[in-house]
Design a protein around this ligand. Structure first.
Ligand SMILES: Nc1ncnc2c1ncn2[C@@H]1O[C@H](COP(=O)(O)OP(=O)(O)O)[C@@H](O)[C@H]1O
Ligand SMILES: CC(C)(COP(=O)(O)O)[C@@H](O)C(=O)NCCC(=O)O
Ligand SMILES: [K+]
Length: 247
């Protein structure tokens, strides 16, 4: 079966064609704010698929995607989908679909217990534990501002602080406004991540696999040896695994 997998998150919407066994070579990205019937038609003009799976955390864009894909079987990922993991969470309908996809992929690809970090518009930390029968269970996690959300928010709320390009700082003691902001963003962010991992580990029995994904993962994980795996395609791999259970 030819699958079209879509990760509709707040900054970027990622598309890939996939078989049941492996992600394909074709992929595309549309800035989520630009998702429309016409941008979908032009991006997908050369694609053919038998069924699609959407993971969306942007309801207005999910509606555009579902309408565009309605001509063929299309599954929208939610807590009601069949998953390779259990869920131990009071209101599972609250959990972002991308978080479920990440957790599913982390368990199948790396094993539980696991902590999944997705460095996107927000940074999410999603925790997979094991139940009494040693089965994987989604436990919940942490949501914090994404790196760009933090720095853009700072630029927007101040008169004299500019938008900065995110890259590795050359030093902690900045010798300019930009250097000072970059050190604050990148070193500060690694500290945020390190502290949250430690707090989660204190509550999570056993040694957890710590896996990172998301647009800012390369920059942030460079200074975090605590993170065991960097898997840029984690969310899409999770969508492939979940498509096999629901389409
Ligand atoms: N090619 C790129 N286009 C846009 N953002 C990028 C790109 N490469 C890295 N980034 C960084 O990744 C962030 C978006 O990460 P992503 O995981 O796509 O977010 P989301 O999943 O929330 O849409 C941006 O805020 C930016 O800091
Ligand atoms: C936390 C998120 C914004 C992360 O999405 P992203 O940064 O990838 O766009 C998204 O998973 C979401 O909207 N979740 C719903 C609320 C929740 O998970 O509790
Ligand atoms: K994401």
């Amino acid at each position: 079966m030819r699958l079209l997998l879509i990760d509709n998150s707040n900054t970027r919407t990622k598309f890939t064609l996939s078989s049941a066994d492996a992600l394909g070579d074709w992929s595309a990205v549309i800035p989520t704010c630009d998702i429309s019937e016409s941008s979908l038609a032009s991006t997908l003009a050369s694609c053919d698929w038998d069924a699609s799976l959407i993971s969306s955390v942007v309801p207005a864009k999910a509606a555009v995607l579902e309408q565009f894909l309605a001509g063929k079987p299309c599954h929208s990922l939610s807590h009601r989908s069949r998953l390779p993991i259990g869920i131990d969470y009071p209101s599972p309908q609250q959990i972002g679909a991308d978080r479920l996809a990440n957790a599913a992929a982390a368990h199948v690809m790396f094993g539980s217990p696991a902590i999944v970090l997705d460095f996107g518009t927000a940074v999410t930390f999603d925790v997979l534990g094991l139940d009494d029968a040693q089965q994987p269970v989604y436990q919940g996690g942490v949501i914090a501002p994404g790196l760009a959300s933090m720095t853009e928010g700072l630029a927007r709320r101040t008169a004299l602080l500019p938008h900065i390009e995110l890259e590795e700082p050359t030093q902690a003691i900045g010798k300019s406004t930009e250097q000072a902001m970059l050190a604050g963003a990148v070193f500060g962010y690694r500290g945020l991540v390190r502290e949250i991992i430690q707090q989660i580990q204190a509550e999570l029995p056993g040694e957890a696999n710590i896996i990172a994904t998301g647009g800012d993962a390369t920059l942030i994980t460079r200074g975090l040896p605590e993170i065991h795996q960097h898997c840029p395609q984690l969310t899409l791999e999770g969508l492939r695994l979940i498509a096999n259970l629901n389409l």
